[in-house]
Every structure is written in structure tokens, then in C-alpha cells.
Design a protein around this ligand. Sequence first.
Ligand SMILES: C[S@@+](CC[C@H](N)C(=O)[O-])C[C@H]1O[C@@H](n2cnc3c(N)ncnc32)[C@H](O)[C@@H]1O
Length: 279
Amino acid sequence: MNLFQALENGYNLLKTNNINSYKIDAELLLSDSLNISKERLILNLKRVINNETYNNFLLKINRRRAKEPIAYILKKKEFWKNKFYINKNVLIPRPETEHLVEETLNIISTNQKKRLLEIGVGSGCLIISVLKERINCSAFGIDCCKNAIKIAKINAKLHQVQNRINIFKTDVDNLNSGKYDLILSNPPYIDKHKLKYLGVSEYEPTKALNGGINGTEILIKVVKKSSKLLKINGKLIIEIGSDQKYKMINILKKNKFYINKITKDLSNLDRCITSTKIA
Ligand SMILES: C[S@@+](CC[C@H](N)C(=O)[O-])C[C@H]1O[C@@H](n2cnc3c(N)ncnc32)[C@H](O)[C@@H]1O
């Protein structure tokens, strides 16, 4: 069997399971099994595939047929300008979260030395992307999930920022020390009653998605904690659900934050609030 035939089999298996992205998915999975780029695969379709590689490809195809996200099968996801190692213990990095990187970079200029905190680091994609762009900054990253901490540490090493970031396991409730110039957070913000209806993947960790009642339980904790941990004039940048803007603006104001900016995502939905601790 050659690569062309293997790929055709992959397309058909995914298509019969209603995977709309069957073409790109099969190509990514086959190039992953061969350990070559997708471009190289397409240029070498007449090459023969051995049984071991074909079986490895079929195993991945079957995982995809069961609707496992492609990023978990490939164990990687691109975010901002980099690739991050991921597995099922962390949320798959989302393009909308890149707005938080952008907002942070708008606030901290290239050579500034700032002390940052991320609450809920997950894979580390957010804070690591910022540290790579702002080489004089240092950071703390916390998460309540010990397996997520392991992944964030792997990514910090992979991107060579491990000397500028301290990643540790703790719940936001138990974080009581430190003074920061800027705090970032993309906490879980989906209403716990809506989780199963929203079509979010059953493969992703509940801890990363479930924001409790109204989806704002952890967001509120983040705001209250940040109010204590930020320096005066320090910035808080949070990702929110598109229907949480007014509630979160109120909570921020009650906790002595000035609202600088609401950023919309590419679907034109309110997604990110930038605010300043004023008292
Ligand atoms: C939506 S994910 C975001 C992950 C990553 N920052 C990103 O943007 O892709 C939220 C993260 O917050 C963590 N988390 C949830 N509740 C927490 C809490 N009470 N204290 C600390 N971390 C929490 C979850 O384990 C998860 O890794």
C-alpha cells in the first residue's frame, strides 16, 4: 500500500463518521505517524507505507472517529506564535485567548521589567507566550490541577522560559502572598448547568470549563484575589463568557477596578476585560 491509498482509507473512515474536517485531519494524522510534515506527505504520495506505520495511523484515525479532538491525538496545539505540548489534562488553547496576550503586550513595552501572575495556567500557553515576547519579565503561574502543572512546566522548558517562571499547584483561594504588576486569567467560565448542552468536548477537563453557577464563580474569585495581589495601578486582564460582561464590570468596579477596555473576539463577542486597580 502507498501513502495515497492509506490517506484515501483515512478520508473514508472519517467521512463515514461525519467528521467534517476529514481531509485535513487524515493528512495531519498520517504525517504524524510518519513523523514528517504535511507538505512532505503530499509530495510523496507514491511512497510505500509499512504495516507498523499504517496500523499506528489507523489507531489515530479510530480515536478521531470517536470524536477525540485532533489536538489531543497529536499532543500539540499552536497558540500565538508557538506550538505547545498538550494532553487531556489541559484545555486545548483557544484562538480567543490570544487576545489576552495581545492586550498584555500593548500594556508592557518591550524592555520593561514586570512581575506577572497567571491564575489557572493550564498548558501555560498564555503566560509563556507573554514571557517569550517580554524578556525582562518574570512570572508566577498557578493551577489547582497537579497534572496541568506538569504540562505547564514541560512547556516552560520547551520554550526556554523556565528560569523566569515559577509554576505551582494551588487553588486561587489559597494564594495569599506576592505583589504583581499584572495578573492574567482565563478561568473556567461556562455555567455548570449549560456545560453538557454547549457542545464542548467531553474529552476536555471539567475543571478547565466549569465556572459554577452562572459560570462566574471562579471569575469572581479571580477578581477578589487580584484586588489584593495587584499593586496600585496594576492591570488585570481576564477572559469572560460573551454574556458575562455587565456582571463582571459590576464586580470589578465594586473591587476598586477601573475598566480600561472590553475586547471582542473574532466572532464579535465580548471576550476580554482589561482593568486597572485604582485603590
Ligand atoms: C479555561 S482553563 C485555561 C488554561 C490556560 N490558561 C489557557 O488559557 O488555555 C482554566 C484553568 O484554571 C484552572 N482552575 C480552575 N479552577 C481553579 C481554581 N479554583 N484555582 C486555580 N486554578 C483553577 C483549571 O485547572 C484550568 O487549567
